[in-house]
Structure formats: structure tokens, C-alpha cells
Ligand binder design. Structure first.
Ligand SMILES: [Zn+2]
Length: 289
């Protein structure tokens, strides 16, 4: 189990899955193997699987434990999620709650569930299936959601869109009175701030963590693959506003350089998080030469 420390605050990766999933040519439309070739010494095998030719994708939550609160950031794919296009995730029963328990936390102990955006692979465990109904997994938590993101999903998603996430994962927590919609910069306790980071989705947010002179930045899907450090203008095929997504990605990477903040993405392979350095017009990570 991977844990990072920021003074007396700990951040632990709670794994749902880790394996080669995405075809890079489809997932990163600008992907160019000739440009990537010089990076293979660090890119493979932790972030790219040469056998299958697929990008390695981690699905995990970040469990943040402060003196005040126990917080989960993003909740992965979830149980029995209908994703027929992605067999690795379709109708799975991942040992996610078992992994949370192994970190010493029961669902009842979670005070806040934060999410970077409402795509179905980030809100799966907001609920779980009990007797055929989706019920909130974390009954004592405040589920904090970007208002822009919620309004956009409410206006645009039909029941089948986004793998049913809005109906099955979001509305049950709203109906249970557990949700809180926020805008702009919004503090959670003394050390965590939710801040807008749009582009991948209209209401996508990041979270800044700061304690005892140590900084971290949870970036959600502003980046999906570590290769985007070397090529920060490469968007995923799922970034809704391409120009905004590029500007936000560069802004977040520059923030990490400026504040020596640990970059904490949702889908990077081992070692899952990294320090960031400026390198020419791009960026390098602590596992890159
Ligand atoms: Zn994602």
C-alpha cells in the first residue's frame, strides 16, 4: 500500500485495479510512437505495456487522513457497473472496500467524499448495490461536488449516458441529503482546498493540500498518462474543451514546480505520484531522466 506524508497528514492510495487497458492511439489522439520511443526506458513497463501495446491504467482513490477528517478523493469504477465497451471494468466486483479496510478505514468513518469530476470511473463507489438498489456507500460523509459539474451533468445526461453514473451514483447521494454543491475555491478543513481546473470536463476541479511546509496537488483527469508530462499538449480523447484542458494541465504542472508539490493523479501507474520539474517547454517527473 502506497502512502505519502505531508507533516502529520497521510495520503494513501486505495487500489481498485491496475492493468494495461487503453489503446494509446485511441486514448491520446496525438500519440506518436516515434516521439515516445526515446522515453521508453522510463515509460515501460510501469506506464506502458510493450506486450499488449496498451497504456497502463491505475484506478484508485486517495485516502487523506488529517487530525480533523478522513477524506476520500474520487471513488473509481464501482461494483456491477455496466461498461460493455471496457471488459476490464464491466460488471466487476473489485475488492475496493476490502482494500479500504486494509488501510484501517470502514465506510462509516469517511467524513468527506470529494470528486474531481463526474465521469463514471470517478464516482463508482459513491454508492453500492444493495438488494438491487444503489445506496450511499459512505453514510456519514458529505459528498462534495462541483456545482458546474453537477449542473452540466444534470442538463446533459440521460439515464444511459456516462455508464448510468448520474442516475446510479450521484442522485442517490443527493436524494439522501448527503451532497454539497460548491463553486470557486472551497476549503475542506484547514489543509485542503478545492479549486476549479476545467477542460477535461466543464466543472472539473483539483485539490491543493498544504501542511507543515509540504504540498500536494490532486489533479483528477487533467492528466491520464505520465507521457503527458513530456507532451503536455496531448489531450485525451475525452477532454471536452481541448484548449482549456491544455491550459489547465500546464497550469497545474507549473503549480507543482513552483510549490514543490507532489502531483497526485488518478490514473498513473507505479509510483502513482511524482514531483515535477520544468524541462524546456515541457515537464519531467522524478522517475524520468
Ligand atoms: Zn478517469
Amino acid at each position: 500500500m502506497t502512502t505519502f506524508h505531508f507533516g502529520d497528514i497521510s495520503v494513501t492510495r486505495i487500489e481498485e485495479s491496475l492493468h494495461p487497458v487503453f489503446d494509446p492511439f485511441k486514448f491520446l489522439p496525438d500519440y506518436d510512437p516515434d516521439l515516445v520511443a526515446p522515453h521508453m526506458d522510463w515509460f515501460a513497463p510501469n506506464h506502458f505495456d510493450p506486450q499488449s501495446g496498451r497504456l497502463v491504467v491505475s484506478m484508485h482513490s486517495w485516502l487523506v487522513r488529517t487530525a480533523q477528517h478522513t477524506i476520500l478523493i474520487d471513488t473509481c469504477v464501482g461494483d456491477h457497473t455496466h461498461m460493455p465497451g471496457l471488459p476490464a471494468y464491466h460488471m466487476q466486483q473489485f475488492p475496493y472496500l476490502e482494500n479500504l479496510a486494509a488501510a484501517g478505514v470502514q465506510p462509516e468513518e469517511i467524513d468527506y467524499v470529494l470528486c474531481t469530476h463526474l465521469h463514471s470511473d470517478h464516482v463508482g463507489w459513491h454508492t453500492r448495490l444493495v438488494d438491487g438498489r444503489h445506496v450511499p456507500t459512505f453514510p456519514n460523509a458529505r459528498y462534495v461536488i462541483s456545482k458546474t459539474e453537477f449542473d452540466n451533468a444534470a442538463a446533459s445526461e440521460n439515464a444511459e449516458d456516462n455508464n448510468g453514473a448520474f442516475l446510479n451514483r450521484i442522485m442517490p447521494v443527493v436524494d439522501a441529503g448527503l451532497s454539497e454543491l460548491v463553486s470557486g475555491d472551497h476549503g475542506i478543513g484547514d489543509h485542503l482546498t478545492i479549486t476549479p481546473a476545467p477542460g477535461h470536463t466543464p466543472g472539473h476541479v483539483a485539490m491543493r493540500l498544504s501542511n507543515a511546509g509540504e504540498n500536494g496537488l490532486f489533479i483528477g483527469d487533467a492528466m491520464h498518462s505520465a507521457i503527458q508530462g513530456a507532451f503536455p499538449d496531448w489531450n485525451s480523447a475525452f477532454c471536452q474543451d481541448p484548449d482549456q484542458a491544455r491550459a489547465t494541465r500546464r497550469g497545474l504542472l507549473e503549480h507543482c514546480c513552483e510549490h514543490n508539490a507532489l502531483l497526485l493523479p488518478q490514473h498513473f501507474g507505479i509510483p502513482y505520484a511524482t514531483r515535477v520539474r520544468a524541462k524546456g517547454d515541457a515537464f519531467a517527473f522524478d522517475f524520468m531522466p
